[in-house]
Design a binder for this molecule. Structure first.
Ligand code: IMP
Ligand code: MG
Length: 436
């Protein structure tokens, strides 16, 4: 039978492959997880739920073959099945992870509901944690929606902060790698992290452990390190505090000889930012957005415009919250613009839907995590882990996948739970209890 689906007629001369790909591969889908879900669905409809385990073992084998193929430059079987599949930096014990998950949540016991997208995401996360080795040297965390709620601050003495201290004590470096960019102004990052930093003091975290905590701001543009300091002379009654201070020139010189990877040429930054800003300005008119634009040295963003924007756009929307659809549209338009610029955009960049806003930043978290690895002298991706909430191609954690194993959470509570698992696998949960 002929397909009933009809596609819009387009002029092929005016239809770039980039645009075509945007229409065909949805920005709201993770193709690997969707494909796994479809595979598991076969077992479900055949009422053969016990075969979920075999299917996960099969995924595991495909991932092993994919890793081997990457090393030899051959196309893998997994890539033919899931063309957008990325790199795997470790093997993934998926069958073991699913057995664990099933013991707790009885997925195989369900008659009406097959394994869902989120359950497969959790199984992949667990497998990534089981694959961790005691050689883990660096965990990087996204900020908004991973360590704290969108736009919020880190809670004082939360379970998350206890877990982070346990990692730092055990010799693991921890970095917040966030898009939020406040240049090298430590106090601005400190305001959001005060709850965590004060916990370093009250729990008497040793100086060396404190210095294992870093902040990477503006995706990869600004690098700061935690340091215990004496109070300012003007404030004698205050005790010592933990501050965030820019990584020093000597530290950079010792770690990365030559030019730093994020020393971008200013004129190219400006040209790319101008192009992104022009797309955002046009979008405000075309999508009738009650929005305003924020321009920084390394980023440009579009945010809700409040009452003032209602006056500018009497018939429109978004003064308090911009619609997801509008934000995604802008991200895809800016990405399209970047790939069609002449001369082409020559710097790494990131354009993403932040949930309540959309941003275009010079640089991305791939460069941020890679630079942290270089700064700490880490040469193996499997000694690292990145935890974040934005792994769709309109998200900003996506770029980190190229250089580090990743865990995909959707809120700080999930981060807390997965961190608990990580501490258990690393044998650090005793330490965590001691600290609580
Ligand atoms: P992340 O989830 O920690 O990477 O932070 C992303 C959020 O940081 C965005 O959704 C914005 O609300 C906020 N933000 C603040 N300044 C910037 C910037 O310069 N670039 C991108 N995002 C920013
Ligand atoms: Mg986030």
């Amino acid at each position: 039978m002929e397909s009933q689906v009809s596609f819009p007629v387009v002029d092929p001369q005016n239809f770039s492959s980039r645009r075509r790909n945007h229409m065909l591969s949805s920005h709201r889908r993770d193709e690997l997880i969707s494909w796994m879900k479809e595979m598991l669905h076969h077992s479900f409809v055949l009422d053969a739920k016990h075969t979920y385990f075999d299917t996960f073992r099969y995924f595991e084998e495909l991932i092993d073959e994919h890793r081997l193929s990457a090393a030899t430059g051959r196309p893998s079987k997994l890539r033919t099945l899931v063309p957008s599949v990325g790199a795997f930096h470790t093997p993934l014990p998926l069958e073991e992870a699913f057995r664990y998950y099933d013991q707790k949540y009885a997925v195989t016991g369900r008659r009406h509901i097959p394994p869902t997208f989120n359950e497969i995401r959790h199984t992949l996360n667990l497998a990534q944690v089981f694959a961790l080795k005691s050689s883990l040297r660096l965990i990087t965390f996204d900020g908004d929606q991973t360590l704290y709620e969108d736009g919020g601050n880190f809670q004082y003495d939360s379970i998350l902060s206890v877990s982070i201290r346990a990692l730092l004590r055990a010799g693991v470096h921890v970095a917040l790698v966030t898009a939020a960019g406040y240049a090298n102004e430590g106090p601005k990052y400190e305001a959001r992290l005060r709850g965590l930093l004060d916990g370093f003091m009250s729990s008497q975290l040793e100086d060396e452990a404190v210095s294992r905590f870093f902040v990477v701001g503006g995706e990869c543009n600004f690098y700061l390190r935690a340091k215990r300091v004496d109070p300012m002379a003007s404030d004698q009654c205050q005790a010592q505090v933990v501050r965030l201070v820019p990584v020093s020139d000597e530290e950079w010189a010792a770690a990365i000889p030559g030019k730093r990877p994020f020393d971008w040429p200013e004129d190219e930054c400006r040209r790319m930012l101008d192009a992104a800003q022009a797309v955002m300005e046009t979008s405000i008119q075309e999508l009738r957005l009650r929005a305003t634009i924020i321009r920084k040295t390394r980023g440009v963003g579009i945010v809700s415009g409040g009452a003032e924007a209602v006056k500018q756009m009497p018939m429109g929307h978004g003064s308090l919250k911009l619609k997801r659809e509008a934000l995604d549209e802008i991200v895809l338009l800016v990405q399209e613009k970047m790939s069609s610029m002449s001369p082409i955009a020559s710097l790494p960049y990131c354009c993403f839907n932040g949930g309540r806003d959309a941003w275009f930043d010079i640089g991305n978290k791939r460069v941020g995590v890679e630079t942290m690895q270089a700064l700490l002298g880490i040469t193996r991706a499997d000694a690292c882990l990145h935890v974040g909430d934005q792994f769709l191609n309109t998200g900003n954690d996506f770029a980190a996948r190229a250089v580090s194993p990743c865990i995909w959470i959707i809120n700080p509570l999930e981060t807390e739970k997965i961190l608990h698992r990580i501490l258990h696998v690393l044998g650090l949960d005793d330490d965590q209890q001691k600290l609580q």
